[in-house]
Design a protein around this ligand. Structure first.
Ligand code: G3P
Ligand code: MG
Length: 248
């Protein structure tokens, strides 16, 4: 397996595009993150019934849109007309769900680096990894590729196969004991995990191996600073309004 490509990590990623300041996984979130001076954003990508990649976190539409049912059973023509903003605030009424294509174009326009989290619906892990990897390579052609992560190792395997040059991140809530072997098998660049599940022996081993550790979801600045002191490279945060969060 080829060595993992390098990736210019920021200290903080705006979680789900704009953190708590916008509908999650939205174009408004990307614009707000850029306006606040964030260098990088994280967002979740899932396939529609037509096999197209869209930005959305949940497998179902109810929590964040005015639609109903599973994303993987909903055609593009329906997703295109949903209101994915009102659930957050009426100021965002009519905010559409972004396609991966729209999000890529906006990241490029705004100069944002991205962590694309492959979020497959259950049963669609392999195809989601493959489609997202292929589209990422096309959509970010000529600029810094996104860091692509997933909780699904199957999705990461098919992403790696489809795009050998892609920087990958293995995402776990709590990393398993054999995290290093799994990460190496994917030639992954980074390890991502829940901030409160991190232990110092893992951090020490990752640091010795030159593997960056990224933690979610860190909304308290003093917790972020403590993690950085312990050797964590980056955090994902909903609180991008906190002073000191932007790096531009
Ligand atoms: O990628 C980090 C984080 O986004 C993982 O959790 O559920 O917010 O996608 P979730
Ligand atoms: Mg995510």
């Amino acid at each position: 397996m080829a060595p993992a490509p390098d990736w210019p990590l920021p200290r903080v990623f705006a979680h789900r595009c704009g953190g708590a300041l916008a509908p999650e996984n939205s174009a408004s979130g990307l614009r707000i993150a850029a306006a606040l001076g964030m260098r990088a954003v994280e967002f979740d990508v899932m396939l529609s019934a037509d096999g197209s990649p869209w930005l959305i976190h949940d497998e179902t539409l109810e929590r964040t849109t005015n639609g109903r049912g599973r994303v993987c059973a909903t055609p593009d023509a329906v997703l295109r007309n949903l209101d994915a903003g009102s659930y957050r605030h009426r100021a965002f009424a009519g905010e559409p769900l972004p396609t991966l294509e729209a999000a890529a174009a906006l990241c490029r326009e705004l100069g944002l680096m991205a962590n694309v989290e492959i979020k497959p619906a259950s049963g669609f892990e392999a195809i989601t990894g493959e489609v997202v990897a292929r589209r990422v390579i096309e959509l970010w052609s000529g600029v810094q590729l996104p860091l692509v992560s997933s909780f699904s190792e199957l999705a990461l395997e098919t992403a790696r196969h489809a795009a050998p040059q892609l920087p990958l991140g293995c995402l776990w809530v709590r990393p398993p004991a054999d995290w290093r072997a799994r990460l190496d098998a994917l030639a992954a660049f980074s390890l991502h995990c829940a901030a409160d599940k991190l232990d110092d022996s893992l951090l020490c081993a990752a640091r010795a191996a030159g593997i960056p550790v990224l933690c979610y979801t860190v909304n308290d600045q003093s917790v972020a600073e403590a993690l950085f002191r312990r050797g964590v490279a980056s955090v994902f945060s909903d609180r991008i309004d906190v002073p000191g969060r932007s790096e531009k």
